[in-house]
Design a protein around this ligand. Structure first.
Ligand code: SF4
Length: 285
């Protein structure tokens, strides 16, 4: 098996960790919110540990998982993506750091996937400094357009704050990568993100299109029709025109990675039967 540093450099994780359920960013496209509404998990409500699902309407409420209070951790010599179904926020940053240090002390490496906030990032950079070589910061910067960001990610920091975080992490000597996942705008918006971010990215910039799953439409159902139409138009354009164009534009970009196998790339562009049904229904609406 390759050594831990080499595996961290690939950006692929062996497993993931989470200490919370619910996310104040409340992104409309969030897959984790749908999973949490489906499957029960151990969460703390006040002093009580309960085994419950979290409804989509409740997703913006941050709750600790029972896992957050563990005093010891199992895995060692793993690359762990932490978190994957919440973010690092003022609500959990202290617990996040305690848990992260436990994982690093046990001989693991971390990929910190976050839509970063300046206050939380400052703490992370300082607290994880002794393990800097074993930490990769993976920032979600999905658009440069504030209005798109506010619509899709209403509780998340705006793009400018995320870019400032990227710059700080880079200046502090951490490994940095950016995920435009999903891209919220079109080709020009992605190019604007790449241009602004690339000088502070040491590793890779990855991109994903918005998937048009029917379930994801649910939180939008009470939005004005024009917004839903714009959402559908954006998704169709991304899949049919923007994504193929971006593949050409960034064919030889040294930091640009699709982060997907050839098979996954094809799947990314493939619509499922449910997607087609949802698109047709919504276009007719
Ligand atoms: S930041 Fe991630 S976990 Fe939080 S709502 Fe957005 S997609 Fe979901």
């Amino acid at each position: 098996m390759q050594d831990l540093k080499t595996r961290l450099a690939t950006g692929n994780a062996d497993s993931c960790e989470n200490i919370c359920l619910g996310c104040v960013n409340n992104c409309l496209y969030c897959d984790s919110a749908l999973v949490a509404a489906e499957y029960k998990q151990n969460i703390r409500r006040g002093e009580n540990v309960v085994y419950e699902t979290l409804s989509r309407d409740e997703w913006h409420v941050e709750l600790f998982k029972d896992r957050a209070f563990d005093r010891g951790v199992g895995p060692s010599n793993w690359v762990l993506r932490f978190p994957t179904c919440h973010d690092v926020t003022p609500f959990n940053v202290k617990s996040y750091i305690r848990f992260g240090k436990m994982l690093l002390d046990a001989g693991n490496a971390l990929i910190i996937a976050t839509k970063p906030r300046l206050d939380c990032l400052t703490e992370l950079l300082s607290e994880f400094a002794p393990w800097k070589e074993m930490v990769r910061l993976s920032f979600g910067i999905t658009s440069m357009d504030d209005s798109l960001s506010l619509f899709w990610e209403p509780g998340a920091p705006l793009p400018e704050e995320r870019l400032q975080c990227l710059q700080r992490a880079y200046d502090a000597g951490y490994q940095t990568s950016v995920r435009i996942a999903p891209m919220l705008g079109g080709v020009e918006d992605v190019c604007a993100v790449v241009e602004a971010a690339a000088p502070s990215v040491t590793e890779t910039i990855e991109i994903k299109i918005m998937r048009p799953g029917l379930e994801k439409m649910k939180p939008m159902i009470d939005k004005p029709k024009e917004i839903i139409r714009a959402y559908i138009a954006l998704q169709l354009r991304q899949r049919d025109a923007d994504f193929p164009e971006l593949r050409w534009i960034y064919l030889n970009h040294p930091k640009f990675r699709w982060g997907l196998s050839e098979q996954q790339k094809r799947q990314e562009l493939r619509m499922t039967e449910v997607d087609k049904w949802a698109m047709n229904k919504l276009k007719a609406w």
